[in-house]
Design a protein around this ligand. Structure first.
Ligand SMILES: [Zn+2]
Length: 508
């Protein structure tokens, strides 16, 4: 994947989005996975000085939420009001620094949806017709043959493992088929979707099945909870069309086209692989119908699995965010663990054993231990005052690892970037052991170099654990994290005034 330039970044705009989530229950680690990755990417580019805008939110319309509200005996709006607050609380707990939390029931969003659907109608991209097919209300999606599995002659949703409903109804279709060649061309160019094999996946699906027109309206008799179709009030807009347009609402479309232009050309959209089709074939077509280009990057990640099955509410195998926060006593540890296990290509099997070994190995024994040792040494041997004196030879080792980490971050490879930051810490622990500064009468150079290495690794970990890292830097006498790449230079700090020797991570 081509690197994203990071020179003169102060004037660069960047737009980062997560999918908006169905708030039918509180968020679990699967939701946190995408959201934490997006936040880390957003914080990385803000650290470099980009003008970032980070959008997340909740997808609040549709039959599924309508039913869940009915089950609880409240109206859908009351229900989503409650649930979106719960999402916000969890994102606050996990330090998600979104710029806006968008809700599809927000007035400006409903206006955008009506505007877009009217515009597509005027442009002749929408026509009326009849739909027949198998539908999963949990996916809010019609399944074509071959897409569902059959058990005892009953078509079953492969994701939710529940029977599909056969539905036949009058509806309106969007002419996706007109854009088949355009979409194939985008996908074959291969620069938007990362990792690229997801691009190939969609390409072969279209090559085999074609690109069918999409039913974009639901009769109110079946689904009343939605945005009314502007040209036929017996229908509401299909939730996926409603949901996808949130990315435009977030930028002020269509009123503020300058802002849309500024951010959209440098947009990074994160999704899980289950919603790849919607975010490529459908989303890129919608954008093209509005004369807008596709996003710059669509970053797709695979699933977190528990005993081989995707984590999800309907499977009842979710790991609760609360349990993880409670176990490690610091919500930022959840962010770190996610960053470590993140994998775009392959599903990741998770368990408490894996979380615990990451916590103990990386945070407690590597990072925490090094911080404790170095600050203690600085205080004991130098009274906390460590002057500029860099061991150039060791600095070159650190420099190489640092450059790798920066490149990886710029290429959105969060997990690998974090591994390089941890390598810096490993090397530095070994360096102290070799140098034995506690035996030396002139320990300043070693201690200064160690503090510099800790500082560089900490800056690299700052997007992952901003509060914890700030605390560590503070103990070393550094109170402010700057913006820009200049601070990543080894030897940048003139003098350290180490104040305390913290224990940033506690034993389990
Ligand atoms: Zn389903």
């Amino acid at each position: 994947m081509a690197g994203i330039e990071y020179q003169n970044t102060k004037r660069c705009h960047m737009y980062i989005t997560t999918p908006i989530y169905y708030p039918n229950d509180k968020p679990h680690l699967g939701h946190a996975y995408t959201t934490i990755l997006a936040d880390i990417i957003h914080r990385w580019f803000s650290l470099l000085g980009y003008n970032t805008y980070f959008l997340t939110g909740t997808d609040e319309h549709g039959a599924k939420l309508q039913r869940e509200a009915e089950r609880r005996g409240i109206n859908p709006k009351e229900f989503v009001d409650q649930m979106s607050e719960i999402f916000k609380e969890y994102w606050k707990l996990l330090g998600i620094g979104y710029s806006r939390f968008i809700r599809t029931t927000d007035y400006d969003h409903e206006e955008v949806v009506r505007y877009v659907v009217s515009k597509l109608w005027e442009k002749g991209y929408i026509y009326s017709g009849k739909y027949r097919g198998w539908y999963c209300t949990a996916c809010e999606k019609f399944y074509s043959e071959g897409e569902y599995i059959t058990e005892n002659d009953t078509p079953i949703c492969s994701i939710h493992r529940r029977p599909l409903e056969y539905i036949e109804e009058d509806t309106y279709f969007l002419k996706l088929s007109l854009f088949k060649d355009y979409i194939l061309k985008l996908l074959r160019e291969g620069s938007i979707i990362y990792p690229k094999h997801f691009s190939d996946e969609v390409t072969s699906k279209i090559e085999i099945e074609g690109l069918q027109d999409l039913s974009i309206a639901r009769p109110k008799t079946r689904v009343s909870w939605g945005i009314e179709l502007p040209f036929d009030n017996k229908y509401v807009v299909y939730v996926w069309i409603d949901a996808l347009l949130n990315y435009l609402t977030g930028l002020g479309y269509p009123k503020n086209m300058d802002r849309v232009e500024q951010y959209w050309r440098n947009s990074i959209q994160l999704i899980g692989k289950d919603i790849l089709w919607f975010h490529t074939a459908i989303w890129f077509t919608l954008l093209a119908m509005l004369d807008l280009p596709p996003p710059k990057k669509l970053l797709v990640h695979s699933y977190l699995t528990v005993k081989g099955q995707k984590m999800g509410k309907s499977l009842g195998n979710v790991v609760s965010i609360d349990d993880m926060v409670k176990r490690y006593g610091n919500p930022e540890v959840v962010r770190f663990i996610i960053a470590r296990i993140a994998n775009y290509d392959k599903d990741v099997e998770v368990s408490w054993d894996i979380y615990d070994s990451i916590y103990t190995g990386d945070l407690l024994n590597n990072y925490g231990n090094l911080v404790r040792r170095a600050t203690m040494l600085a205080i004991k041997t130098l009274n906390g005052s460590v002057v500029h004196d860099l061991d150039e030879e060791f600095a070159r080792v650190i420099d190489k690892l640092k450059e790798q980490a920066i490149d990886l971050y710029n290429n959105l490879e969060v997990s690998s970037a974090v591994k390089y930051a941890l390598d810096i810490l490993h090397e530095t622990n070994a360096y102290i052991n070799r140098k034995e500064p506690w035996k030396s009468s002139t320990p300043n150079q070693t201690i200064y170099t160690v503090l510099e290495a800790i500082r560089i690794a900490s800056l690299l970990l700052y997007p992952v654990m901003p509060v914890t890292v700030s605390g560590i830097l503070h103990s070393m006498g550094l109170d402010e994290v700057e913006q820009g790449l200049q601070q990543f230079k080894l030897g940048y700090i003139h003098m350290y005034n180490v104040r305390i020797s913290p224990i940033p991570f506690k034993k389990l």
